[in-house]
Design a protein around this ligand. Structure first.
Ligand SMILES: Nc1nc2c(c(=O)[nH]1)N[C@H]1C(S)=C(S)[C@@H](COP(=O)(O)OP(=O)(O)OC[C@H]3O[C@@H](n4cnc5c(=O)[nH]c(N)nc54)[C@H](O)[C@@H]3O)O[C@H]1N2
Ligand SMILES: Nc1nc2c(c(=O)[nH]1)N[C@H]1C(S)=C(S)[C@@H](COP(=O)(O)OP(=O)(O)OC[C@H]3O[C@@H](n4cnc5c(=O)[nH]c(N)nc54)[C@H](O)[C@@H]3O)O[C@H]1N2
Ligand SMILES: [Mo]
Length: 763
């Protein structure tokens, strides 16, 4: 049901002049004009650095300065001239800093020297690098078992740093490598691994130029992958059909103006992006995909020859089960759970049937659901029916988040490593890596809570804020003997300390990384498996910063007195790290040579070549009955999403331009009919309570109701303000991804008796 009376927040076409102006404002605000502009000229170009924003690939044509508004924000944030020095930490106790929000912490600038927490003064105090590494080494050496340490990674870390990090952890004797993937595209990796034998996307940018239809599920590229809009705009202009499925009307998926073509076309209304835009209920994609397949199978039964039988016979298994499963799924169940009518689903299915080359893209709207894995497998089913994997212009496209999240996984940042990786490490380095799986993110939190983990090391990221169940997670972190944050900017994770806590400030992607006087390159892998080099151009934010590879090596040397690895030699020249990577991973043979090619090289994807490394040796149709998604009266579904002015937990500003929000973040987007039913007026304040059976009370306070174009029963609010509502046990089947897009909640009007802010975890 669409809302009628109360005026809704209007969507504006994505990007355009406003995007350009906003980019410039961010550079100016950061007082980073000179380094910022200089940096932009080097971004995403051969010899320059990879954008520290998202994982969308770079186009082939290197003459175009390819960047987007959010890339600009990421660069401006890193090249800010503001600095956090020892004086800053003299001004504030940690308890005082805990009262500040993430936006304020981010604004304080770059971390400049190592700091250690002093529990007696409740302040961070300067510490020498030597002493910091010594403390870390002593604590790690004192552990009863190497599995009492966990090593978290956020996806900005380079291949070189990630490779050394996993090497160190495994020489120490643990596979405890939780990473941001566990909260992100893990469901995609698991689903694709089972169905087509490789957990990555199969398409390249050229496929976008050839596709006849592109389907997009649960993704907001206007904000999160702005450079993808350029491809979508080009595709739409040449007649490619674009079908979007999203409970929210997202501006970028409706209309788009290219920010770098904006000047002559200021009055331009933007190009239409989606030819069909359907708004399913949150969590309704499994049913909707079954609906699409049902229409397609019925069409084939009426008029045979529309499916790619040759492909189905040669390359797949499980077609009969799929047929049976779809026969048994009623239209009533499909329409009820998806919230879409048979006509709407038929419209989309007809576009699919007409297209001979289809790409399906998706992101967090699908992966952070209880039934994420099986839902993504329905995408594979849909594509297999017309042989849409392993041919030009077609394939699966999970659109990754962090700029090197895919590369970190390729380098072995994974809690459940494959035997081949461990065997290779053993062969190349001569130690016996541990063979038992380690903790993923949710398990790591529980293990800290239970006292099974004593040391937490975070290679970037913001573990305390990005993970679910904030209060539970913060208590878990505080249980540790030692927490270490390797980072560029201050965030909440630095303040939620173990008994001992250390901050190790590092160089960012945009900065010159000198080793033995020679500038070093690192490498990254984008969402489409292109590996290329990245070389920072800015002066480091402080002379005291170390690079991530150097920090890992120093931790390793301090923790492993009998290490077999020549850490110093590797860090003195990153080409040597790449030589070792090439020895461990056959796909990286001649690594140092291959990255000399402008644009880098493509990692082979077996499914793209119709080689299926699955249990059955074929691409597999995987089916399951629809789950029950009951919603008691008065209960609503809450999805937690990103605003336009944030990069995950990094808050750049308080606006969400495309959704019409300015100067605030604690808003709750609601359908007008739901507001009327609950007797809520626009801008009224509510308390949001998470409905969960484990007896814990999870509440956030003072969220402002905003009428929005969203289906009934569904609501949306920003992450990380709402992470306190995600129960630690609410995870997706098989992938263990927290259910950040499907939290069952109730609402009450705020009362003056309630706290106006969340209960802060202060020791
Ligand atoms: N500027 C910027 N860029 C980013 C990031 C950032 O924070 N800021 N984060 C990076 C990272 S790590 C990631 S993983 C990506 C995230 O990129 P996205 O996945 O685009 O990010 P979200 O804001 O989580 O948006 C999820 C989208 O799914 C929709 N959705 C929610 N539930 C459902 C559902 O049940 N079904 C369907 N069909 N849709 C649903 C929401 O309305 C929203 O449009 O972006 C990356 N790029
Ligand atoms: N409720 C809810 N929760 C979510 C999500 C959601 O949609 N809803 N999304 C999930 C997803 S998809 C993801 S990927 C995770 C993200 O989780 P994380 O990756 O842990 O979080 P970020 O906010 O990206 O981390 C930002 C911090 O990284 C550090 N940093 C930045 N650049 C560098 C660098 O170059 N090197 C180092 N060492 N540090 C650096 C800075 O200190 C900065 O404060 O959050 C997840 N959490
Ligand atoms: Mo992500």
């Amino acid at each position: 049901m669409k809302p009628t009376s109360t005026p809704l927040h209007r969507n504006k076409p994505a990007a355009g002049f406003a995007a350009l102006a906003s980019s410039l404002r961010h550079i100016l605000q950061e007082k980073a004009l000179y380094p910022g502009v200089k940096a932009l000229l080097h971004m995403n170009k051969p010899g320059g650095f990879d954008c520290p924003g998202c994982a969308w690939p770079d186009p082939k044509n290197p003459s175009v300065t390819e960047f987007c508004e959010n890339g600009v924000k990421a660069v401006a944030a890193e090249s800010t001239t503001k600095r956090i020095t020892a004086d800053f930490f003299k001004q504030f106790t940690v308890r005082e800093l805990l009262q500040k929000d993430g936006y304020w912490l981010e604004q304080q600038g770059r971390l400049t020297e190592p700091m250690a927490y002093n529990p007696n003064t409740d302040r961070y105090e300067p510490v020498s690098w030597e002493k910091a590494f010594f403390r870390i080494g002593q604590t790690i050496q004192s552990l009863q078992d190497p599995n009492e340490a966990v090593f978290y990674t956020s996806g900005r870390t380079s291949n070189e740093a990630a490779f050394l990090y996993q090497l160190f952890g495994r020489e120490l004797g643990t596979n405890n490598f939780p990473d941001c993937s566990n909260m992100c595209h893990e469901s995609s990796g698991v689903a694709l691994g089972e169905a087509i034998g490789v957990g990555k996307g199969t398409v390249s940018l050229e496929d976008f130029e050839a596709a006849e239809a592109i389907f997009i599920f649960g993704q907001n590229p206007g904000t999160n992958h702005p450079r993808m809009l350029t491809e979508l705009e080009k595709a739409r202009k040449r007649g490619c059909e674009i079908v979007s499925f999203n409970p929210l009307k997202e501006a970028g998926l409706e209309r788009f103006i290219h920010p770098q073509k904006v000047m002559p076309t200021l009055l331009n209304k933007g190009s239409e992006i989606s030819s069909l835009y359907l708004q399913p209920l949150t969590g309704g994609d499994f049913a909707l995909l079954k609906g699409l397949i049902k229409v397609i199978l019925a069409a084939e039964a009426r008029q045979p020859g529309q499916l790619d039988w040759e492909f189905i016979r040669t390359h797949t298994t499980g077609f009969e089960q799929l047929q049976q499963d779809i026969e048994q799924t009623s239209w009533e169940a499909i329409t009820k759970q998806s919230g879409l009518s048979m006509e709407e689903i038929t419209q989309a299915a007809t576009i699919y049937l007409k297209s001979s080359k289809t790409i399906v893209c998706w992101a967090m709207g699908l992966t952070q659901q209880k039934h994420a894995v099986i839902t993504i497998q329905q995408i594979v089913n849909l594509l297999l029916l017309k042989g849409n994997i392993g041919k030009p212009g077609a394939g699966v496209c999970p659109v990754r988040g962090h700029s090197n999240v895919q590369g970190d996984r390729t380098m072995g940042i994974v809690e459940n490593p494959k035997k081949e990786l461990l065997d290779s490490l053993e062969r190349v380095f001569g130690f016996s890596p541990p063979r038992t799986p380690g903790y993923h993110t949710v398990e790591a939190i529980k293990a800290m809570q239970e006292g099974k983990v004593q040391v937490f090391i975070g290679m970037g990221g913001n573990f305390a804020s990005a993970t679910p169940d904030t209060e539970y997670t913060e208590k878990a972190l505080r249980n540790c003997r030692l927490t270490v944050q390797i980072s560029t900017k201050l965030n909440r994770s630095h303040l939620v300390t173990g008994k001992e806590a250390i901050i190790l400030p590092c160089l960012g992607r945009t900065e010159i990384d000198l080793q033995q006087g020679v500038p070093q390159k690192v490498t990254v892998e984008d969402s489409m498996s292109m590996v290329h080099s990245s070389e920072g151009k800015n002066e480091p934010a402080s002379p005291h910063l170390l690079s991530e590879p150097a920090i890992v090596a120093c931790i390793a040397i301090s923790s492993l007195p009998n290490t077999r690895i020549q850490w110093a030699e590797l860090v003195n020249n990153y080409a040597r790290i790449r030589e070792k990577i090439a020895e461990v991973f056959p796909a990286f043979a001649n690594f140092n040579e291959k990255i000399k090619q402008p644009g880098g090289f493509h990692l082979r994807n077996s499914a793209r070549e119709r080689e299926w490394h699955t249990h059955t040796g074929k691409a597999t149709f995987i089916t399951a009955p629809l789950p029950e998604l009951p919603l008691a009266p008065g209960h609503l579904r809450l999805m937690t999403i990103r605003s336009h002015d944030q990069y995950n937990t990094t808050i750049y500003g308080l606006n969400d331009r495309y959704r019409g929000i300015t100067g605030e973040r604690k808003v709750l987007f609601m359908n007008v009919a739901d507001m009327q039913q609950l007797n809520l007026a626009a801008r009224e304040l509510v308390t949001i309570t998470s409905v969960h059976t484990d007896g814990s009370l999870r509440k956030v306070y003072s969220f402002k109701v905003v009428p929005y174009d969203i289906p009934r029963g569904c609501t949306a609010a920003y992450f990380p303000e709402t992470n306190a509502l995600v129960p630690i046990d609410a995870v997706a089947d098989k992938s263990h991804t927290p259910l950040s897009k499907y939290i069952v909640v109730t609402l009450e009007k705020s009362t003056s008796k309630e706290p106006q802010i969340e209960k802060l975890s202060v020791t």
